[in-house]
Design a protein around this ligand. Structure first.
Ligand SMILES: Nc1ncnc2c1ncn2[C@@H]1O[C@H](COP(=O)(O)OP(=O)(O)OP(=O)(O)O)[C@@H](O)[C@H]1O
Ligand SMILES: O=c1ccn([C@@H]2O[C@H](COP(=O)(O)O)[C@@H](O)[C@H]2O)c(=O)[nH]1
Length: 231
């Protein structure tokens, strides 16, 4: 990554998890646009690997058709390659880790722990509706495979969310809402702390100027107070 060696600087990784069709890819695109992360969708990397004519292509294609989880070493290699080829040092890893073995292998191989996990929580009926109207020609966007993917998500992927939750690293989002509302919730989580303090102080200043007849003068200490109460 860039000119800085891995030993000197570890990338910041956010895992983006949620059921199939919960809106991970959609929200990642907005995060990239607004916050400059690099988006690595494990599913997209696997689909690109099939297209490239790699020796693993047929195996990956069959696993995806069945909604099964591709062996960790294949997915981790693709993720590592994409991270090394990037100049960026902050990544959204979308749709990975999908099971406990994926998680443990990723942490062992890369020595990277996620900063946190964005978890998109959405009811199955809504996810099913969204996938069935996605129209991207994916081999796994049919009702039979969707049901298998839901089962794999419940049985294998949710335990990963629970693992990170036990470490206080899960930021859960209600993903059943409209796209823009979901992104408001995402923004509140991704926005760096310093930005929130700045915004909070400006908001209070604006409020004071509206009511300056009655409001107290804005002093250094009242701004300091704002900083302290801002998250
Ligand atoms: N909040 C939302 N409300 C309604 N539709 C949405 C919302 N978010 C995404 N969609 C739509 O639902 C479909 C699935 O979204 P998306 O591809 O982002 O989900 P995903 O979680 O990345 O899915 P997968 O895990 O299957 O790749 C897309 O057609 C997208 O436009
Ligand atoms: O880490 C991963 C990510 C994906 N898969 C396989 O790909 C499909 C589609 O994944 P999306 O995230 O919905 O694009 C998934 O059902 C798995 O079969 C994987 O094995 N490992």
């Amino acid at each position: 990554m860039g000119t800085v060696s891995d030993a000197e600087k570890k990338p910041i990784v956010i895992f983006v998890l949620g059921g199939p069709g919960s809106g991970k890819g959609t929200q990642c695109a907005s995060i990239v646009e607004n916050f400059g992360h690099t988006h690595l969708s494990a599913g997209d990397l696997l689909r690109a690997e099939i297209k490239s004519g790699s020796e693993n292509g047929t195996m990956i294609q069959n696993m995806i058709k069945e909604g099964k989880i591709v062996p960790s070493e294949v997915t981790i290699k693709l993720l590592q390659k994409a991270m090394h080829e990037s100049e960026n040092d902050k990544f959204l890893i979308d749709g990975f880790p999908r099971n406990e073995e994926n998680r443990a292998a990723f942490e062992a191989v890369t020595k990277i722990e996620p900063a946190f996990v964005l978890f998109f929580d959405c009811p199955e009926e809504e996810m099913e509706r969204r996938i069935l109207s996605r129209n991207e020609g994916r081999v796994d966007d049919n009702i039979e495979t969707i049901r298998k993917r839901f089962k794999v998500f419940q049985e294998s992927s949710l335990p990963v969310v629970e693992y990170y939750d036990s470490k206080g690293k899960v930021r859960k989002i209600d993903a059943a809402k409209p796209v823009e509302e979901v992104f408001e919730a995402v923004k509140a989580i991704i926005t760096p702390k310093e930005e929130k303090v700045k915004y909070h102080s400006y908001a209070i200043l604006e409020e004071l100027s509206f009511s300056d007849t009655y409001g107290p003068p804005v002093t250094e200490s009242s701004l300091e107070h704002n900083k302290k109460v801002a998250v």
